[in-house]
Design a protein around this ligand. Structure first.
Ligand code: ZN
Length: 211
């Protein structure tokens, strides 16, 4: 299980991660369960596209479910060492017509990596949109959009436009990090824009991080 938490940026998180952890801990499956803090881990991130940092990650354990519940700040995705800002940046710029090669040079990445990120987002958009939009509509009280035969880039544009509107309405502080908002909206039950839950390849030594 996974819980996504708000956090303004990686520096605030690194300064005092415990400040952003949920105040009240509960199991996502059943509020009557009594999870407890469990051993955390360190995870690599590359906030500036070049240097690696390691950041502490936290988790709970639910003895009733016999399962851990990991806590993810919304600026980071499983499998990806880059911040979500980087992924969102390349997708938005690509939708605006910027060539992949140019972005790769600017960020210092192999164009194939950039291309992979964009493909992943486009592929997932078709899956995500119908699940995110109803959530947005609860807030906006509008009609449901049709998404039957549109292409992935069109869905991404639509989705980002809706998320932008939602972010404005809810005063979400980072209008340019809408994929993070998307993650928060799904309460961590989707690995939005990332891979499947459960196989984080960027973790290393386990340390005791009980808050
Ligand atoms: Zn449980």
């Amino acid at each position: 299980m996974r819980i996504t938490i708000y956090c303004p940026d990686i520096n605030s998180y690194l300064e005092n991660p415990k400040e952003f952890l949920p105040k009240e801990i509960k199991c996502l499956r059943d509020p009557a369960h009594k999870p407890h803090w469990h051993t955390g881990w360190w995870r690599f991130v590359t906030p500036d596209h070049v240097n690696k940092l390691s950041m502490p990650m936290f988790r709970l354990y639910c003895p009733d479910c016999k399962e851990s519940i990991s806590i993810w700040p919304e600026f980071i995705l499983p499998y990806q060492p880059e911040l979500i800002d980087t992924h969102e940046l390349v997708v938005v710029e690509n939708l605006n017509g910027k060539p992949i090669k140019e972005m790769a040079e600017e960020l210092g990445y192999d164009p194939r990596s950039i291309s992979r990120w964009i493909k992943r987002v486009l592929n997932q958009a078709l899956f995500i949109a119908p699940r995110i939009i109803p959530k947005l509509l609860q807030y906006l009280a509008c009609e449901l959009l049709p998404f039957s035969s549109v292409l992935a880039p069109e869905v991404v544009k639509e989705l980002l436009a809706w998320l932008y509107r939602y972010a404005e309405l809810t005063l979400f502080p980072r209008l340019f990090r809408l994929m993070g908002l998307c993650n928060v909206l799904r309460n961590g039950d989707l690995i939005v824009w990332g891979g499947a839950v459960g196989r984080c390849r960027y973790s290393r030594e386990i340390v005791d991080r009980s808050p």
